[in-house]
Design a protein around this ligand. Structure first.
Ligand SMILES: [Ca+2]
Ligand SMILES: [Ca+2]
Ligand SMILES: [Ca+2]
Length: 277
Protein backbone atom coordinates (compact mmCIF):
# COMPACT_ATOMS: atom_id res chain seq x y z
CA UNK A 1 0.00 0.00 0.00
CA UNK A 2 1.24 3.42 -0.89
CA UNK A 3 1.61 5.37 2.31
CA UNK A 4 2.78 8.84 2.88
CA UNK A 5 4.21 8.89 6.36
CA UNK A 6 4.49 12.57 6.92
CA UNK A 7 2.07 14.78 5.19
CA UNK A 8 2.85 18.42 5.51
CA UNK A 9 -0.20 20.53 5.95
CA UNK A 10 0.16 24.25 5.60
CA UNK A 11 -2.61 25.72 7.70
CA UNK A 12 -5.39 26.94 5.50
CA UNK A 13 -5.50 30.02 7.63
CA UNK A 14 -3.38 30.72 10.63
CA UNK A 15 -5.62 30.41 13.64
CA UNK A 16 -4.49 32.05 16.82
CA UNK A 17 -6.41 31.57 19.99
CA UNK A 18 -7.12 34.76 21.81
CA UNK A 19 -8.59 35.03 25.22
CA UNK A 20 -10.60 37.91 26.46
CA UNK A 21 -10.60 38.12 30.17
CA UNK A 22 -12.99 39.58 32.58
CA UNK A 23 -11.12 41.87 34.97
CA UNK A 24 -12.55 40.39 38.14
CA UNK A 25 -11.85 36.71 37.89
CA UNK A 26 -9.94 36.12 34.63
CA UNK A 27 -12.53 33.63 33.39
CA UNK A 28 -12.63 32.90 29.70
CA UNK A 29 -15.40 34.71 27.82
CA UNK A 30 -16.84 33.15 24.71
CA UNK A 31 -17.39 36.05 22.29
CA UNK A 32 -19.94 33.96 20.38
CA UNK A 33 -21.99 32.76 23.35
CA UNK A 34 -25.17 34.35 21.99
CA UNK A 35 -25.15 32.43 18.74
CA UNK A 36 -27.82 29.77 18.33
CA UNK A 37 -26.12 27.30 16.03
CA UNK A 38 -29.28 25.42 15.15
CA UNK A 39 -30.89 28.68 13.97
CA UNK A 40 -27.66 29.61 12.18
CA UNK A 41 -27.60 26.27 10.36
CA UNK A 42 -31.10 26.99 9.01
CA UNK A 43 -30.36 30.57 7.95
CA UNK A 44 -27.02 29.49 6.42
CA UNK A 45 -28.79 26.91 4.30
CA UNK A 46 -31.32 29.51 3.15
CA UNK A 47 -28.47 31.88 2.24
CA UNK A 48 -26.64 29.22 0.23
CA UNK A 49 -29.81 28.18 -1.62
CA UNK A 50 -30.48 31.82 -2.48
CA UNK A 51 -26.93 32.16 -3.76
CA UNK A 52 -27.29 29.04 -5.91
CA UNK A 53 -30.55 30.37 -7.36
CA UNK A 54 -29.02 33.74 -8.15
CA UNK A 55 -25.78 32.60 -9.81
CA UNK A 56 -24.57 30.35 -12.61
CA UNK A 57 -21.34 28.65 -13.62
CA UNK A 58 -19.72 30.37 -16.59
CA UNK A 59 -17.81 27.71 -18.52
CA UNK A 60 -15.78 30.17 -20.59
CA UNK A 61 -14.25 31.88 -17.58
CA UNK A 62 -14.45 28.90 -15.20
CA UNK A 63 -16.17 31.10 -12.64
CA UNK A 64 -19.41 31.71 -10.77
CA UNK A 65 -21.34 34.76 -11.94
CA UNK A 66 -24.61 36.54 -11.21
CA UNK A 67 -27.42 34.95 -13.22
CA UNK A 68 -28.25 36.57 -16.55
CA UNK A 69 -30.91 35.78 -19.13
CA UNK A 70 -30.13 32.64 -21.13
CA UNK A 71 -28.10 30.96 -18.38
CA UNK A 72 -29.26 28.33 -15.89
CA UNK A 73 -28.90 28.91 -12.17
CA UNK A 74 -26.56 26.58 -10.26
CA UNK A 75 -29.54 25.43 -8.21
CA UNK A 76 -31.49 24.38 -11.31
CA UNK A 77 -28.68 22.30 -12.83
CA UNK A 78 -29.91 19.28 -10.92
CA UNK A 79 -27.76 16.78 -12.79
CA UNK A 80 -24.61 18.69 -11.81
CA UNK A 81 -25.54 19.52 -8.24
CA UNK A 82 -25.11 17.06 -5.39
CA UNK A 83 -26.65 17.90 -2.02
CA UNK A 84 -24.95 15.98 0.77
CA UNK A 85 -26.16 15.55 4.32
CA UNK A 86 -23.37 15.99 6.83
CA UNK A 87 -23.25 16.00 10.60
CA UNK A 88 -20.95 18.06 12.77
CA UNK A 89 -21.11 18.63 16.53
CA UNK A 90 -24.52 16.87 16.53
CA UNK A 91 -26.08 19.32 14.08
CA UNK A 92 -27.26 18.43 10.59
CA UNK A 93 -26.00 20.39 7.60
CA UNK A 94 -26.34 20.34 3.85
CA UNK A 95 -23.29 20.69 1.66
CA UNK A 96 -23.77 21.67 -1.99
CA UNK A 97 -21.36 20.36 -4.61
CA UNK A 98 -21.46 21.61 -8.18
CA UNK A 99 -19.66 19.16 -10.45
CA UNK A 100 -17.50 20.50 -13.24
CA UNK A 101 -15.44 17.38 -14.07
CA UNK A 102 -15.37 14.00 -12.36
CA UNK A 103 -11.65 13.39 -12.77
CA UNK A 104 -9.72 10.79 -14.76
CA UNK A 105 -7.03 8.89 -12.81
CA UNK A 106 -6.05 6.70 -15.79
CA UNK A 107 -3.40 8.05 -18.17
CA UNK A 108 -4.88 7.80 -21.70
CA UNK A 109 -1.73 6.17 -23.16
CA UNK A 110 0.10 4.53 -20.28
CA UNK A 111 -2.58 4.04 -17.62
CA UNK A 112 -4.11 0.86 -16.25
CA UNK A 113 -7.55 0.25 -14.80
CA UNK A 114 -5.95 -0.29 -11.39
CA UNK A 115 -4.80 3.36 -11.36
CA UNK A 116 -8.41 4.27 -10.57
CA UNK A 117 -8.66 4.31 -6.77
CA UNK A 118 -12.26 5.44 -6.92
CA UNK A 119 -13.29 8.24 -4.57
CA UNK A 120 -11.51 9.16 -1.33
CA UNK A 121 -13.25 8.45 1.95
CA UNK A 122 -13.89 11.29 4.39
CA UNK A 123 -10.65 10.35 6.19
CA UNK A 124 -8.25 10.01 3.28
CA UNK A 125 -5.40 12.51 2.91
CA UNK A 126 -5.92 14.53 -0.22
CA UNK A 127 -3.70 16.44 -2.60
CA UNK A 128 -5.63 19.33 -4.10
CA UNK A 129 -5.66 22.74 -5.70
CA UNK A 130 -8.22 25.19 -4.43
CA UNK A 131 -9.37 28.76 -4.10
CA UNK A 132 -11.73 29.99 -1.40
CA UNK A 133 -14.14 32.90 -1.13
CA UNK A 134 -16.79 33.89 1.41
CA UNK A 135 -20.42 34.01 0.32
CA UNK A 136 -21.37 37.50 1.46
CA UNK A 137 -24.91 37.65 0.06
CA UNK A 138 -27.00 36.06 -2.68
CA UNK A 139 -25.15 38.19 -5.20
CA UNK A 140 -21.76 38.86 -3.69
CA UNK A 141 -18.58 36.89 -3.04
CA UNK A 142 -15.54 38.15 -1.17
CA UNK A 143 -12.14 38.34 -2.81
CA UNK A 144 -10.20 35.07 -2.78
CA UNK A 145 -8.89 34.66 0.77
CA UNK A 146 -6.68 31.66 0.07
CA UNK A 147 -5.67 29.59 -2.92
CA UNK A 148 -3.16 27.11 -4.22
CA UNK A 149 -2.56 26.50 -7.90
CA UNK A 150 -0.05 23.63 -7.83
CA UNK A 151 -1.33 21.29 -5.09
CA UNK A 152 -1.09 20.88 -1.32
CA UNK A 153 -1.55 17.85 0.91
CA UNK A 154 -4.32 17.97 3.49
CA UNK A 155 -4.74 15.50 6.31
CA UNK A 156 -8.04 14.92 8.12
CA UNK A 157 -6.91 15.80 11.63
CA UNK A 158 -5.60 19.19 10.55
CA UNK A 159 -8.39 20.18 8.22
CA UNK A 160 -10.22 23.21 9.59
CA UNK A 161 -12.93 23.21 6.91
CA UNK A 162 -14.72 19.94 7.64
CA UNK A 163 -16.91 20.39 4.57
CA UNK A 164 -13.89 19.40 2.49
CA UNK A 165 -13.80 15.89 3.96
CA UNK A 166 -17.34 15.27 2.82
CA UNK A 167 -17.08 17.13 -0.49
CA UNK A 168 -14.02 15.33 -1.82
CA UNK A 169 -15.74 11.94 -1.52
CA UNK A 170 -17.55 12.91 -4.74
CA UNK A 171 -14.43 13.37 -6.84
CA UNK A 172 -11.81 11.25 -8.55
CA UNK A 173 -8.14 12.13 -8.80
CA UNK A 174 -6.22 12.94 -11.97
CA UNK A 175 -3.20 11.18 -13.47
CA UNK A 176 0.49 12.04 -13.47
CA UNK A 177 1.85 13.69 -16.57
CA UNK A 178 4.47 11.56 -18.36
CA UNK A 179 6.93 12.06 -21.18
CA UNK A 180 5.71 11.07 -24.65
CA UNK A 181 7.54 7.74 -24.40
CA UNK A 182 5.93 6.95 -21.03
CA UNK A 183 8.94 7.88 -18.90
CA UNK A 184 8.53 9.90 -15.73
CA UNK A 185 7.89 13.51 -16.65
CA UNK A 186 11.11 15.52 -16.63
CA UNK A 187 9.75 18.55 -14.77
CA UNK A 188 7.71 19.50 -11.75
CA UNK A 189 5.21 16.88 -10.57
CA UNK A 190 2.16 17.63 -12.65
CA UNK A 191 -1.29 16.08 -12.47
CA UNK A 192 -3.75 16.35 -15.32
CA UNK A 193 -7.53 15.92 -15.43
CA UNK A 194 -8.15 16.01 -11.67
CA UNK A 195 -11.77 16.04 -10.57
CA UNK A 196 -13.13 19.58 -10.35
CA UNK A 197 -16.04 20.84 -8.31
CA UNK A 198 -17.26 23.89 -6.47
CA UNK A 199 -18.15 23.37 -2.82
CA UNK A 200 -20.74 25.59 -1.13
CA UNK A 201 -20.09 25.06 2.57
CA UNK A 202 -22.26 26.25 5.47
CA UNK A 203 -20.42 27.92 8.32
CA UNK A 204 -21.09 24.95 10.59
CA UNK A 205 -18.85 22.84 8.35
CA UNK A 206 -16.14 25.48 8.09
CA UNK A 207 -14.88 27.95 10.72
CA UNK A 208 -17.76 27.49 13.13
CA UNK A 209 -17.66 29.24 16.49
CA UNK A 210 -18.78 25.96 18.05
CA UNK A 211 -15.04 25.20 17.94
CA UNK A 212 -13.03 27.68 20.08
CA UNK A 213 -10.07 27.28 17.69
CA UNK A 214 -12.06 29.39 15.22
CA UNK A 215 -12.86 32.35 17.49
CA UNK A 216 -10.07 34.47 16.06
CA UNK A 217 -10.51 33.46 12.43
CA UNK A 218 -11.57 36.22 10.07
CA UNK A 219 -13.85 33.61 8.49
CA UNK A 220 -15.66 32.57 11.66
CA UNK A 221 -19.32 31.64 11.02
CA UNK A 222 -19.16 32.50 7.31
CA UNK A 223 -20.51 30.42 4.45
CA UNK A 224 -17.70 29.60 2.05
CA UNK A 225 -17.30 28.73 -1.61
CA UNK A 226 -14.29 26.69 -2.69
CA UNK A 227 -13.32 25.82 -6.25
CA UNK A 228 -11.33 22.62 -5.89
CA UNK A 229 -9.44 20.11 -8.00
CA UNK A 230 -8.51 16.71 -6.59
CA UNK A 231 -5.09 15.68 -7.90
CA UNK A 232 -4.37 12.60 -5.78
CA UNK A 233 -5.22 10.98 -2.44
CA UNK A 234 -3.88 8.32 -0.09
CA UNK A 235 -6.27 5.41 -0.35
CA UNK A 236 -7.03 3.75 3.01
CA UNK A 237 -5.30 6.51 4.99
CA UNK A 238 -4.47 5.03 8.39
CA UNK A 239 -3.47 7.87 10.74
CA UNK A 240 -2.37 5.69 13.65
CA UNK A 241 -0.90 2.84 11.56
CA UNK A 242 -2.91 0.23 13.44
CA UNK A 243 -3.90 -1.59 10.26
CA UNK A 244 -7.44 -0.22 10.22
CA UNK A 245 -8.08 2.60 7.74
CA UNK A 246 -9.21 5.73 9.57
CA UNK A 247 -12.51 5.67 7.69
CA UNK A 248 -13.29 2.40 9.50
CA UNK A 249 -12.62 3.93 12.92
CA UNK A 250 -15.89 5.87 12.93
CA UNK A 251 -17.66 3.62 15.41
CA UNK A 252 -20.92 5.56 15.49
CA UNK A 253 -20.88 5.92 11.70
CA UNK A 254 -21.72 9.63 11.60
CA UNK A 255 -18.89 10.76 9.30
CA UNK A 256 -17.03 12.41 12.19
CA UNK A 257 -13.86 10.71 13.45
CA UNK A 258 -13.40 13.10 16.34
CA UNK A 259 -16.29 11.83 18.46
CA UNK A 260 -15.45 8.13 18.73
CA UNK A 261 -13.74 7.27 22.02
CA UNK A 262 -13.79 3.55 22.85
CA UNK A 263 -10.62 3.08 24.89
CA UNK A 264 -11.38 3.59 28.58
CA UNK A 265 -7.68 3.84 29.40
CA UNK A 266 -7.27 6.79 26.98
CA UNK A 267 -10.69 8.47 27.02
CA UNK A 268 -9.47 11.67 25.36
CA UNK A 269 -7.91 10.05 22.28
CA UNK A 270 -10.21 9.39 19.33
CA UNK A 271 -10.05 5.83 18.00
CA UNK A 272 -8.52 6.86 14.66
CA UNK A 273 -5.50 8.32 16.49
CA UNK A 274 -5.26 5.48 19.02
CA UNK A 275 -3.18 2.47 18.04
CA UNK A 276 -4.59 0.44 20.92
CA UNK A 277 -8.11 0.34 19.56
CA1 LIG B 1 -6.17 3.24 12.06
CA1 LIG C 1 -17.98 9.24 14.64
CA1 LIG D 1 -7.08 3.12 15.97
Amino acid sequence: MNKIKHIFLPLLLGVVLIYSCDDDNNTFVNPFADINHLALSISDNDSIVQFLKNNYYDVATDSVKTLVSGEIALYDQKEKLTIMDAKRYDLDYKLYIYHIKEGNPIHPDFGEASDDKGNPTIADSIYAKYSGQSILSSSELSAVFDSNTSGNWFSYERLAVRGWSFGFTNLKAGYLKKEDNGDTFNGPITYLEGGKSIFFIPSGLSYTSINPNNYASTLVNQNLMFKVELLDFVQFTDHDNDGRPSSEEDANDDGDLENDFNDNSQPGVPDYLNRDI
